[in-house]
Write a protein that binds this ligand. Sequence first.
Ligand code: 48F
Length: 255
Amino acid sequence: MAIETEISEIIIDEYTKMLKAALNSDAVVVGGGPSGLYAAALLAEDGYHTVLLDRRVSLGGGIWGGGMMFNKITFQEQSREIFDELDIEYWKRGNLYVASAIELAGALIHRLSKSGASILNGVFAEDIVLINERVRGVVINWSTVEMAHLMVDPLMLSSKVVIDATGHPAEVIRHLSRRKNIHIPGEGAMDVVRGDSATVEHTKEIYPGLVVCGMAANAVSGTPRMGPTFGGMLLSGKKAYEIARDVIHSANSMN
Ligand code: 48F
């Protein structure tokens, strides 16, 4: 076999193996920003079969650009433990801590890559699977299909829990809200202190089988945005993981 053929065959086989395994999982995390990356890594490290998908080719969501492309991020004392756990270098400036946006993105992506999760980048959730009043997965398609406005039918991923970590647009919940009349007020105006804690507070199972975290939690609760401070995002990811674990266990006990 020509090496050119061999390369293509290996890539197609390996990706297909991962995609087929992803068809039926414990958890699908939609969105690879800080909250989704951390939630997915923690779930997969615990042995839950976890799939993370992101519309973009590169994971990391809003981390890379720091604030207005100044690639530094800040966080508050409450989340310091997570930055230590991720082995990220940081230093104190007044009441805040500061770290490199690049290092945070790299550390989270590396952690997820090593966790055993299936990662589908360049793939987006275009809808939810809703059976007997419970979210049971997502409908997916290639981002390129969306970008080119092609009429191509999707495929489906089944899971025991779905986490909406899509950030400001809260896209997964919007698919539900169209059918269930759930009001999504959108995030409130900037208020760093309230916004950072609201992200964690409003991380919850918003509908049976659907957990919301990160900025999507602020969007559905109408609570403030908080700009380039990322502690709340990671704490929210951790809380989403804990809630998702319980949802998976109760789904297992229903079967
Ligand atoms: O917005 P994003 O970084 O999510 P987050 O975890 O973090 C927010 C912060 O980055 C920042 C902030 C901090 O204070 O406010 O904005 O809430 O990342 C969301 C990811 O979800 C992907 C999108 O490409 C991005 O990488 N995404 C959004 N919708 C979909 C999606 C979708 N329908 N399917 C797949 N991926």
